[in-house]
Design a protein around this ligand. Sequence first.
Ligand SMILES: [Zn+2]
Length: 98
Amino acid sequence: MTQMENDTLKAHSRTTSIPTDMEELASDNADQELTASLLGNDKDTLDQIEAAIQRIEDGSYGRCEQCGEQIPETRLDAIPYAAECERCASQQEKGHRP
Ligand SMILES: [Zn+2]
């Protein structure tokens, strides 16, 4: 798309309906709501999935954040966004729970 076409589109949407930015915002929110509802609205899980995607981009996915060891494939199958190996995760849980 050329810059001129883009400007024309923006001007068009400004005069006729919601600004383009608002539409983008709305569709972003819809995506997030869909993801959240698929996951049972679990914000923690969503955060972990986002962190996992970040790790895939970093190239550190599949490695334990605590000890740096490879997370077993069986664990990643069960919890694809797992950030820690089973050992470190269970230690964390003990630490967090009273
Ligand atoms: Zn570990």
